[in-house]
Each structure stands twice: as structure tokens, then as C-alpha cells.
Design a protein around this ligand. Structure first.
Ligand code: SAM
Length: 290
């Protein structure tokens, strides 16, 4: 069955086809979900809008936390909406869910002041019109309603990975030229200045919220500069960081000769398997009250 890029990535490609890696990703996401919902100050009987719901991490999490209340699961992907609908049916939650196909920047399917909470995780990184999305969040919230979100601040890691000898946090000095070819593949697909994943940081999120009209605004930035957590080579080359880019294996096949591929793997694989690298990550939690 062919699926759209969002469902193909969210349900498969982000796990690199590896069940263990999938478990790790889900374990990593659970505390993020809990924090987003905690910041949203959910209460019984309320209506939550999960924007860019994906496979329902936030929306189904909200339903677990309140015994009464409704979740509107919205996404641009019809396949994912059908997927969450079938999950809701299996979990006996259909009567507490609505499904709306809509982009974050155009929630016209929803009335003004119609929800108590807008919650989202890792969705604005795909939205070019971020200010417009915040205006829409403000519009659909009731007075006193809360917006709570989590977004990676990908710009933070860019400066380091721009150094020619660094690739994905690993020192690839012996094969700089080959690594540059691979980097060029990703840079062409995601130009640093204009790609919606890279062209904003935590201060922009605050400005978007303020300009949309939110009065009370909180932002928490978490920065980690740490050794890589994973030593699984196959997950490393088989995982796509987002739906718009190839896996490393695919990128290598696109632009490297067999000899170049072997040289890159000979340099990189031992570094990955011995976790000899540095990962730089920043993420932001923002929560506001209308
Ligand atoms: C990284 S996934 C996150 C899914 C889910 N929120 C979670 O926490 O697991 C990004 C989601 O945003 C959706 N998406 C992409 N562009 C969007 C847009 N402009 N408006 C709303 N959703 C969008 C994708 O279909 C996908 O489900």
C-alpha cells in the first residue's frame, strides 16, 4: 500500500526499520509528551486540539490524562488521520475524538474560541508560515485557553556541523571530501537560511506568540552537548531524520562511487559503533495563556 511521505516517515522511516530503535524513539518521546501536556494544564471535560497529530502521541496522551473531554486530532496527512482513526476505534475512544484535515497555518475548519488547549510536538519545524500558525492557535482558543508546544531548535547544531571535518557529530578528517559530497545532498534539500526546520530559534517562537496576542508566555530551552546515545550502525545509516531527506544509505548511493562509499564507511562506522562523537541538541517548550 502506498502512503504519503508523512505517514511513510512517521510510521517507518524514522525508525530505520528496526524494532529496538523504534522502542528507543518511543521511550524518548513519552516524557516530552508528558511535559507538553503538563504545561497545557489539562482539566476534565476540556477540548484539546492536537495540531499535526501524526500517530496521536499528544492527543491520545491527553485522553489518558483526563477521564472526560474531547480531542480534535488534526493533520495535513489523510493517511495519518485514517491511521489515528483506526487506533481510536481499536482503543474504544472514537466517541471522544474528532478528526480534521487541516494545516497548522489554516485552521478555518475550526470556529473561533472553540478549544481549551492547543498542543503540538515537532510540527512547526515543517511549517513555513509560523506566525500565521500562531495566529490560528490564538483564534481557536477560548479566553483563558492554553497553547503548549515542543519544538527542536535545529539551528543550534548547524554551526558545528558546518565545519568541514565534522559529519553528524563525528570527526571524519580522513574523508573530508567524501563527507562534503554527502553534506551537499542534505544542504541542497534543506538550505539553512530558508528551510522551515532550520530558519528559527527559541526567540522567534516567543516573538510569534507575542505578536499573535498571547499575554502570558513561558519558554524553557534545553541544551545538550553529549556523546551519541546510539551505537547501532544500521539504525544510523537507515534512519531518515525527517520526511524530506534521504537516509544516509540512500544519500551515499545517490552521490558516491563504490570506492568512496567504502572509504566513508571504513572511517565512520567504527566511530559510530564506539560512540566517539558529540551531539549538539537544543529543544524548546513553550506554553502560553490566551
Ligand atoms: C514529527 S511529526 C509529529 C507528530 C506528532 N505530533 C508527534 O508528536 O509524534 C510531524 C507531523 O506534522 C504534520 N505536518 C506537517 N506539516 C504540517 C502542517 N503544515 N500543518 C499541520 N501538520 C503538519 C505531519 O503530517 C506529521 O504528522
Amino acid at each position: 500500500m502506498s502512503r504519503d511521505i508523512w505517514s511513510e516517515w512517521l510510521l517507518h522511516r524514522r525508525f530505520g526499520g528496526d524494532a529496538q530503535h523504534m522502542q528507543k524513539v518511543l521511550d524518548f518521546l513519552r516524557p516530552i509528551r508528558d511535559k507538553v501536556l503538563h504545561n497545557a494544564r489539562l482539566a476534565e471535560g476540556q477540548t484539546v486540539l492536537d495540531v499535526g497529530c501524526g500517530d496521536g502521541l499528544i492527543g491520545f496522551g491527553a485522553l489518558e490524562k483526563i477521564a472526560s473531554g474531547t480531542v480534535i486530532l488534526s493533520d495535513i496527512s489523510q493517511d495519518l488521520l485514517e491511521y489515528v482513526q483506526s487506533l481510536a476505534r481499536d482503543m474504544g475512544l472514537l466517541d471522544r475524538c474528532q478528526f480534521v484535515r487541516a494545516p497548522a497555518e489554516d485552521l478555518s475548519a475550526l470556529d473561533d474560541a472553540s478549544v481549551d488547549v492547543v498542543a503540538l510536538r515537532s510540527v512547526l519545524i515543517y511549517v513555513s508560515a509560523k506566525q500565521q500558525a500562531f495566529r490560528e492557535f490564538y483564534r481557536v482558543l477560548r479566553p483563558g485557553g492554553r497553547l503548549s508546544l515542543f519544538e527542536p531548535i535545529n539551528r543550534f547544531g548547524i554551526a558545528a556541523s558546518d565545519q568541514p571535518h565534522v559529519f553528524a557529530g563525528y570527526d571524519v578528517t580522513p574523508v573530508i571530501d567524501i563527507a562534503q559530497k554527502i553534506k551537499a545532498v542534505y544542504r541542497q534539500l534543506q538550505p539553512v537560511d530558508s528551510d522551515p526546520m532550520l530558519n528559527f530559534d527559541e526567540r522567534d517562537l516567543i516573538a510569534y506568540a507575542e505578536q499573535a496576542g498571547f499575554g502570558e508566555i513561558h519558554l524553557e530551552l534545553q541544551v545538550d552537548i553529549v556523546p551519541p546515545e546510539d551505537d547501532d550502525w544500521h539504525a544510523f545509516i537507515g534512519t531518515a531524520g525527517n520526511p524530506n531527506i534521504p537516509t544516509l544509505e540512500e544519500a551515499m548511493q545517490q552521490v558516491l562511487t563504490l570506492d568512496e562509499m567504502e572509504r566513508l564507511v571504513a572511517c565512520l562506522r567504527p566511530l559510530v559503533e564506539s560512540r566517539q562523537g558529540i551531539h549538539r541538541r537544543a529543544v524548546a517548550y513553550l506554553w502560553t495563556v490566551k
